[in-house]
Design a binder for this molecule. Structure first.
Ligand SMILES: NC(=O)c1ccc[n+]([C@@H]2O[C@H](COP(=O)([O-])OP(=O)(O)OC[C@H]3O[C@@H](n4cnc5c(N)ncnc54)[C@H](OP(=O)(O)O)[C@@H]3O)[C@@H](O)[C@H]2O)c1
Length: 250
């Protein structure tokens, strides 16, 4: 996979941390130019400094149409086209039925559905024929967890978007796929625990539900995203790769 992205231009939204950052690293290692986004400039700058290769940070909130316009204008100005788009940002909010507020619904759907749609739609004019779009889904779309119905519904929506877009973009040879992580150790998940000890216990608990008895690493999800985004997956389209240690499979 070492030169899988040689000469290719990629955008990874939410590329300053977690699965997005590990994905940006894989693409850069494969010789690609990678634009990464996030809302926090400090985290973006740190990620750019940490990932060797041709990595550019663009501060952009996936909920903001103006930010997305600015992102793709910069990609167009500096690179002229886009070969790979990884729409990876998401919002998660736990709320059991009975305590779901409109605010929870709006927060989650603003990023996971509206943000994903606008990200892909605004990238479309730059996306080269034969390119690849990967949406980060979630095993929450396939397997229930208490308190996660709104998030699960949004990720089921992401899976549905990919099916339709795969069909619509076939004439241009653009493949659209989903990669659905199961429980995965990332900073976003880690911050749900208050202390390092709680974090350890939290990840152990997350892993217990999988046949492999451990949570995944961001790099394990990124490896599959990078494969699906590469030409090695040239006949993979409209699919949902579940990277979950068997959590939803057995
Ligand atoms: N980790 C898991 O167990 C797991 C399981 C299933 C699915 N997933 C999915 O995997 C994807 C990545 O999750 P992760 O765990 O790697 O998350 P993470 O560690 O929290 O990283 C999230 C990244 O997205 C950025 N981000 C968040 N909201 C954004 C917004 N509105 N606009 C632009 N950037 C934004 C963050 O930077 P800023 O905060 O600076 O914006 C950061 O770079 C998500 O789609 C998530 O639903 C994760």
């Amino acid at each position: 996979m070492s030169d899988a992205f040689h000469g290719k231009v990629a955008v990874v939204t939410g590329g300053s941390a977690g699965i997005g950052r590990a994905t940006a690293r894989k693409i850069a290692e494969g010789g690609g130019t990678v634009y990464i986004t996030g809302r926090d400039q400090g985290a973006l700058t740190a990620a750019v400094a940490d990932i060797p290769g041709d990595v550019i940070g663009v501060r952009a909130d996936s909920r903001s149409a103006d930010d997305l316009d600015r992102l793709f204008a910069e990609v167009g100005r500096c690179s002229g086209r886009l070969d790979v788009l990884v729409a990876n940002t998401a919002a998660i909010a736990a709320a059991p039925l009975g305590s779901i507020t409109e605010d929870v619904i709006r927060t989650v759907f603003d990023v996971n559905i509206t943000g994903t749609i606008m990200t892909v739609q605004k990238a479309l004019p730059l996306l080269a024929d034969g390119g690849a779009v990967v949406l980060t889904g979630s095993m929450a779309a396939h397997k229930a967890s208490r308190g996660q119905s709104v998030y699960a519904a949004s990720k089921a929506g992401v899976r549905a978007l990919a099916r339709t877009w795969a069909l619509e973009l076939t004439p241009r040879g653009i493949r659209v796929n989903v990669v659905s992580p199961g429980p995965t150790e990332t900073p976003g998940i880690a911050q749900l625990a208050a202390t390092p000890e709680e974090r350890e216990a939290f990840f152990t608990r997350m892993g217990t539900g999988t046949p492999m008895t451990r949570a995944g690493a961001a790099e394990e999800v990124a490896a599959v995203i990078a494969f699906v985004a590469s030409d090695a997956a040239s006949h993979v389209n409209g699919a949902d790769y579940q990277v979950d240690g068997g959590y939803g499979q057995v």
